[in-house]
Design a protein around this ligand. Structure first.
Ligand code: ADP
Length: 571
């Protein structure tokens, strides 16, 4: 029966666990769940990756532009000055053209002297040079002064003309820089220029730039971006996708459909597919666009994986938490039950001590008064006194042993023993009591049992405990069977009865300290709940174990197994 106090303690525990742990934990799980759901619903992860991409594209465009400016300015610095003769000018322009494979030609227009065009090697036919010269002459004669005026207002005196042109071998992208020389030719209409080679751009310039850009560490850029407050709302792990390699592509901006069909250049690992984000380039590469995507995956897939992972982690954490709660609840419950068992034990033991003492006193006093005359009556009283004192000794021995075991001070004294004789002697000293209680004793000891190293007193105590239990927990059929036999290398000591038996679910628990079953007969029988826990401790100390087979209402059989080649240890 569970006491009211125990029920109260349990409800208090449930209430405390509920209010202090379960409620906050469930709230936390619920909020986190909602948060992840909102991230999933609003596609926040993708949005963050796209912002990240946008930033990287802006940066990459800047680097590409800077390179084109650098090449152009290098050439511009080498341009001839006003003091140079025509031949010198030609020579200097030719020098620039020859060392710059990235240009088809360089030119110098002077309103007074006309145009000089120097192609890079044979990148232009004579006819083309002639046509270009005519075109530039016509154009700059008309618009030259206006262009010079325009450039004077700019920090970098360069104007770009970029776009696609149809050529015999298909459409190509050309960009041309036109610049002035404010320091060299003041107040005169003098224009220089370089025209980028479309094949060089397509085959060398862009592929190299894209490879360089994709192989660099973008995380630095991302750090800078977040430092600028770019990602105020973004959790770091979402922006950082270090395992994911990026790929870049350059293509004509107006060719952008779902999938650009005329890429100008792409970085290694682009594979196929459309850019996730694109960015229209300005001067010097007006008309082109830069696209970015992950190699082999998409922002959507990464987002899906992130959400899935988050849900999984949340799930695992929830399971762990629930597991922890269940364990805590069970362990506290166990402590409450143990406390109950201990208090039952105290009341049982005091009762057990008082009863035999009262009996001993009563019979001793009666004898002392000399009122008992018959010899048989006297003998009967003496035997009751002896029996009760034996019960007291057994109980006190059990308690002492138990307290030694609990304190870790129990020591065993293993000696070569004739165990058959030990069992016989122990039973002999109980035979009278057994028979007096009306029990039929069936004793079977196999011949030829070898001598073994055991603690005599401990084994005898284990046997006495089992025999006592058989006597205590039998009601209708009073039978006690004791068998000692050898089974290969194991010595077996069996104690069986045909008593009340033990329910299956209680069979493992009866070996726990203080545990007593719920049977009404057990309740009405004195006991401390220590006997079987001692029996188990003793057999285990001998390297063996104890088993029970029992059917409620039919009886029980306890078997001690002691290995003959036992590894004895003193516990
Ligand atoms: P105690 O007998 O002092 O209660 P034990 O540790 O010897 O303590 O036994 C624990 C419980 O196991 C007993 O209370 C009883 O419920 C059950 N038990 C032990 N032996 C038997 C048996 N032979 N038949 C039925 N029940 C038994």
């Amino acid at each position: 029966m569970k006491s009211k106090r125990e029920t109260n303690a349990r409800s208090r525990l449930v209430l405390t666990l509920g209010l202090a742990v379960v409620l906050p934990a469930l709230t936390l799980i619920f909020i986190t769940f909602q948060h992840i759901k909102s991230i999933q619903r609003d596609r926040k992860v993708e949005a963050l990756i796209h912002r990240d991409f946008q930033y990287l594209l802006t940066n990459s465009a800047k680097k590409i532009n800077a390179k084109a400016y650098e090449l152009t300015e290098q050439a511009r610095n080498d341009f001839p000055s006003d003091t140079d003769s025509d031949d010198e000018k030609r020579r200097k322009l030719d020098l620039i053209a020859q060392k710059s494979p990235w240009f088809t030609h360089v030119f110098l227009f002077d309103a007074q002297n006309g145009i000089i065009i120097q192609p890079h090697r044979d990148s232009m036919s004579e006819k083309e040079v002639g046509e270009s010269a005519k075109m530039y002459n016509g154009w700059f004669s008309l618009e030259g002064p206006y262009l010079c005026e325009q450039m004077r207002k700019k920090t970098k005196p360069i104007i770009w003309y970029g776009g696609e042109t149809d050529r015999a071998n298909g459409t190509v992208y050309i960009t041309t820089a036109i610049f002035t020389f404010p320091d060299l030719y003041r107040d005169r209409t003098v224009l220089g220029g370089v025209s980028f080679n479309p094949t060089y751009l397509k085959q060398t310039f862009f592929p190299q730039m894209l490879e360089e850009l994709t192989s660099q560490d973008f995380s630095g850029d991302a750090d800078q971006a977040s430092a600028q407050g770019f990602y105020e709302l973004a959790p770091r792990e979402v922006i950082e996708h270090p395992d994911q390699k990026l790929a870049l592509m350059v293509y004509p901006a107006d060719a952008f459909k779902a999938e650009p069909d005329r890429p100008l250049a792409m970085s290694p690992g682009w594979g196929s597919g459309k850019p996730e984000i694109s960015y229209k380039l300005d001067d010097p590469f007006r008309g082109l666009a830069l696209g970015i995507k992950f190699q082999g995956t998409t922002a959507e897939a990464i987002s899906r994986r992130w959400v899935l992972q988050s849900f999984l982690i949340l799930g695992v954490l929830s399971v762990l938490m629930i597991g922890g709660l269940v364990l805590t609840y069970r362990s506290v419950n166990k402590q409450v039950a143990l406390a109950r068992l201990k208090s039952d034990f105290v009341s049982n033991v005091s009762h057990e001590l008082r009863t035999p003492l009262a009996l001993i006193r009563l019979y001793a006093e009666t004898l002392e008064l000399g009122r008992i005359t018959t010899h048989e009556k006297k003998n009967e009283y003496y035997s009751i006194i002896r029996k009760e004192s034996e019960r007291l000794t057994a109980l006190i021995n059990n308690i002492l042993d138990f307290s030694r075991i609990e304190a870790g001070r129990k020591e065993y004294d293993f000696r070569e023993t004739d165990i058959a004789e030990l069992v016989r002697n122990t039973l002999d000293s109980y035979r009278f009591q057994i028979e007096q209680q009306g029990f039929a004793l069936e004793e079977h000891i196999d011949p030829g049992i070898p001598r073994v190293k055991v603690d005599r007193e401990a084994i005898a105590r284990a046997l006495v405990n089992l025999v006592n239990n058989a006597l205590k927990y039998s009601d209708n059929e009073k039978f006690l069977g004791v068998r000692l036999y050898r089974e290969q290398s194991v010595l077996k000591l069996e104690v069986s009865d045909r008593g009340i038996g033990i329910e299956r679910h209680e069979q493992a628990r009866i070996f726990e300290k203080f545990y007593r079953t719920c049977d009404p007969l057990v309740h009405n029988t004195k006991g401390s709940g220590l006997g079987l826990s001692l029996v188990r401790h003793i057999t285990q100390a001998h390297g063996g174990d104890v088993q029970v087979e029992s059917t409620p209402g039919r009886g029980s059989k306890f078997t001690l197994s002691l290995p003959l080649t036992q590894q004895v240890e003193s516990l």
